[in-house]
Unconditional design. Structure first.
Lengths: 133, 387
């Protein structure tokens, strides 16, 4: 069972998609990076708030789930290209599996991700749903 | 000018669900076989390199460098454990190679071992997810089949690769495994069986996925002077290369290729002064069938996007123009994570010695091993020759 601090430290990122950007080269990072891979020490990193909008870059439907995710199976996992550039991994929720396609627009929602057993910490975070046109 | 390095001994256990065999029993079996094969005494060994991904999480056992030296009857010897997820074995070989090239050691043993069946499958799955990004992939419920499924989907989208082509890899893996006495799955499967097997992470199905396996393998390396004295048929290391890439799949520049493979292949070919067309056969990392298709593209055996076609055309079969995974690969022979990189080298050496029995590739002179960590965060490539 992981400690409370591991999750608490990442709340701004997991709840609100707060990443970082490098003011030297303009590159944006989600998940956040503390060293810009291009500029390294010449980089100038500060926080950056992502909008939560993006599109589907790839997806899969998971049938064999790890501990903690069993009750959700089958669930859709996708790589999403955020509007601002970076890609991230997330579940896609609130839709029929056949509606998921590469290129479709999605937007962030706040959901429960996993719980540490029946009486442990509940960890929340971002998931994405298809953007209603 | 540092001397050449050769493999002068090999050893490998059966691969499978080996309930009667412990971690230490497996590695000492493989190690003893390798040392006997090399015809050397224990006191001639200058060092040990052991590749294991996670004996800690699988069995609660860390510090396996000390454990293996001890149980080999060699307590006191320099020993190092090497870890790079599923590339632990290949990387252990590379570290052994470097120790010989440095001039500090003359004879070294590189072993790989994993005991995966002492924990339930659900916890094995979680341990393996540690090969990816714990905070941003595992946390999201991304299993390893899922990460490779995301790559498969993009490969199909960008290049039109079909599920049939991906499935042909599995059919070939199983066929080759029937010719490998140590393989976990010594049975054939049909294309239809593969395509209709239960979905794991779509589009990947059960028979596209390598299994949970116990097993160990070991090789003895020697410097040129020692090799020529001790061995009639040393197998020479023509190249040793490694490249890393981002740990998380979503930080890669492309999902339909592995840049770590492409870079490591480039370094390896440059070192060996060889081209892809000079390679007679290769053992590549088919943890999932799509990975073999991506590997043969990265290694330059065909253009990007044509791996499916090369497979479909039968060119990667034992009697094809570029046999891939004559051992049965990770899918057919099994994938005890840390052992795999060394097991690939054992197969290449057997082929180059002419000892591969029913799997023998005629006239094999140059073989390549390709070992991946995680979803592509590490790639280790070695090229061997019998010339």
């Amino acid at each position: 069972m992981k400690g409370i601090a591991t999750h608490w430290r990442l709340i701004p990122q997991r709840y609100n998609l707060v990443g970082t950007k490098c003011n030297t080269c303009g590159e944006k990072f989600f998940p956040p990076r503390y060293v810009c891979p291009k500029c390294r020490r010449a980089g100038n990193i500060e926080e950056f708030q992502f909008s939560g909008e993006g599109e589907i870059y790839s997806y899969t439907m998971i049938h064999t789930a790890p501990e903690g995710f069993d009750f959700q199976k089958p669930y859709i996992l996708a790589i999403i290209k955020l509007k601002e550039g970076p890609l991230l991994l997330s579940q896609i929720v609130d839709c029929k599996p056949e509606d998921v396609e590469i290129g479709k627009k999605v937007e962030k929602v706040f959901r429960k991700v996993i719980a540490d057993g029946d009486s442990g910490i509940i960890r929340y975070g971002y998931k994405f749903k298809l953007k209603s046109s | 000018m540092s001397s050449r390095v050769a493999v002068i001994g090999i050893g490998i256990t059966e691969f499978g669900e080996l309930w009667d065999e412990s971690y230490r029993a497996l590695i000492t079996k493989a190690g003893t076989e390798a040392i006997n094969d090399a015809g050397i005494e224990g006191n001639e060994i200058d060092g040990l390199y052991i590749g294991s991904m996670s004996p800690g999480l699988f069995s609660g056992q860390e510090h396996v460098s000390s454990l293996v030296a001890d149980y080999s009857g060699l307590a006191g010897i320099p020993a190092t454990r090497v870890e790079a997820a599923c590339a632990s074995g290949g990387l252990a070989f590379r570290e052994a190679y470097i120790s010989l090239k440095s001039g500090l050691m003359d004879i070294v043993v590189a072993g790989g071992v994993e005991k995966m069946t002492d924990s339930p499958t659900s916890s094995v799955m979680i341990t393996l997810m540690g090969a990816g990004d714990q905070e941003w992939e595992a946390f999201k419920g991304a299993t390893f089949p899922a990460l490779y499924a995301l790559m498969a989907r993009r490969h199909m989208f960008e290049y039109g690769t079909t599920l049939e082509q991906i499935s042909e890899v599995a059919v070939k893996s199983h066929h080759n495994a029937t010719l490998n006495p140590n393989a976990q799955f010594k049975f054939n499967v049909t294309l239809k069986q593969v395509m209709n097997s239960p979905p794991v992470a779509e589009p990947l199905r059960l028979l596209h996925c390598s299994p949970i396996t116990d097993g160990a393998a070991a090789v003895v390396l020697a410097t040129e002077k020692k090799a020529k004295k001790l061995c009639e048929n040393p197998i020479w290391v023509e190249a040793s290369a490694i490249s890393t890439d981002t740990i998380a799949l979503h930080d890669r520049r492309s999902l339909s290729r592995m840049d770590a493979s492409i870079r490591a292949a480039k370094y390896a070919y440059e070192q060996a002064n060889l081209k892809p067309s000079d390679i007679d056969f290769a053992e590549v990392h088919d943890c999932f069938s799509i990975a073999e298709i991506m590997a043969i593209e990265s290694l330059g055996f065909c253009k990007p996007g044509e791996g499916g076609k090369l497979t479909e055309d039968g060119e990667t079969k034992l009697d094809g123009s570029i046999p891939i995974n004559p051992s049965g690969g990770l899918k057919g022979k099994g994938h005890p994570v840390g052992a795999t990189g060394i097991a690939q080298i054992v197969e290449v050496v057997e082929q180059l010695r002419g000892d591969a029995g029913k799997r023998q590739i005629d006239g094999a002179e140059i073989g390549l091993t390709h070992n991946i960590g995680g979803s592509g965060g590490t790639c280790v490539i070695h090229i061997f020759s019998n010339r």
